[in-house]
Structures are given as C-alpha cells and as structure tokens.
Design a binder for this molecule. Structure first.
Ligand SMILES: O=C(O)CCC(=O)C(=O)O
Ligand SMILES: [Fe+2]
Length: 189
C-alpha cells in the first residue's frame, strides 16, 4: 500500500512537470486521465535460464498508458530503441526508470514520444525481477491531443477512449508493433 501511494505521488509530480514542459498548467495531463488515474502493478520474474542468448524476456513494445514507473534489480536486461539501435538501460541503485506511455504521446500531440523497449536475458544463472507500475487513464477517459497543442500543429492522433487502446493492444499481443499505429491520423502535409 505504502509503495503504491508513494509511486502515485511520484507520478503526479512527473505529470505536473511534463505538463509545464508543454507550457500548459501543471494539472493539464493528469486532468485528461479521468477522475483518478489508475495504477496497475506487474511483477516480472525472469527465471534462471541456461541459454540466455536464445531467450527474449519481453518482446519490443511501448507501454500503452500515461507513464510507467519501473523498479529493476541489479541484473539488467532492459533495452530501449532509438534511431535504429537498442540501448541498454543500466540498473542504477535507488533509481526508477520512467517510461513515457502511448497515451502521453497522444495527449502531447507527439511532443513526448512513447518509448519502445524490451527485456533480454543477459545473465543465465540468476533470476531477474522487476516491478512495473503502470499509471493509466481510466478506461472511459477520452484521449486525444490536448486542444492548445493543436493550434500550430494539426492533431496527429484520433480521439479515442483508453478502453479502445487496451482492446487494440490486446488484439496485437506483444507482436513488436506500437499501439499508436491504430490511432494515427493521415499526414496531410
Ligand atoms: O522487466 C523489464 O525490464 C521491462 C518490463 C516491461 O517493459 C513491462 O512490464 O511493460
Ligand atoms: Fe513495458
């Protein structure tokens, strides 16, 4: 309980800072996530494995919600994709990894990018444990680019309910593609 309360506080601080980074009021992003944004905790257990080079822990994906607070142990294996390459996210003691989720990319009209990531197995003879805390909109929340951000740049994403994103991503279960593909508007330029 304490952990979830503290993670929630951290997520609120991050959402406020990210809203200000968009030149919006500090409650702008959180307000879009519904009455109270939801939190889902997922513990990932990667058991010891004799042939780590043959195994992928979690296939490439981006987290679908607003943001993820990830706690990883010291084993390592998380990688992020940028400009055609995978980069290791080295574990740092007493630090969280924060992933921007797909719906923050939509709300910010593409200013904040959700991050493609995966988990590989680096060391075979020890288990790895991570705890992901997904901060998500409520299922009924209507998610689309925030109006102030579409005055200069046209909207890049279709408005949808978060439940539509969840349904779409589930239908594609970890196939390596982004959930955002389904909500992109055709580029008119
Ligand atoms: O275990 C990790 O390092 C990543 C897990 C993850 O990306 C997820 O649960 O969404
Ligand atoms: Fe993830």
């Amino acid at each position: 309980m304490d952990y979830s309360r503290e993670v929630r506080k951290l997520a609120k601080v991050l959402l406020a800072a990210m809203s200000e980074g968009l030149n919006l009021s500090s409650d702008a992003l959180e307000k879009c996530l519904g009455d109270e944004f939801t939190q889902i905790f997922l513990t990932n257990y990667y058991p010891p494995c004799p042939n780590p080079e043959l195994v992928l822990g979690v296939n490439s994906h981006s987290d679908r919600g607003a943001l993820t607070v990830l706690l990883q142990d010291e084993i390592g294996g998380l990688e992020v994709f940028n400009e055609g390459n995978w980069f290791e996210v080295k574990p740092l003691a007493n630090a969280f990894v924060i992933n921007v989720g797909d719906e923050t990319e939509v709300l910010s009209n593409g200013i904040y990018k959700s991050v493609a990531h995966r988990a590989i197995r680096k060391i075979g003879d020890v288990a790895r444990i991570t705890i992901a805390s997904f901060c998500n909109p409520t299922l009924e929340a209507k998610i689309g680019p925030i109006a102030e951000l579409t005055e200069v740049n046209p909207p890049l994403y279709k408005e949808h309910h978060f439940s539509d994103m969840v349904r779409y991503v589930r239908s594609r279960y970890y196939d390596g593609k982004s959930g955002l593909d389904n909500f992109k508007l055709p580029n008119k330029s």
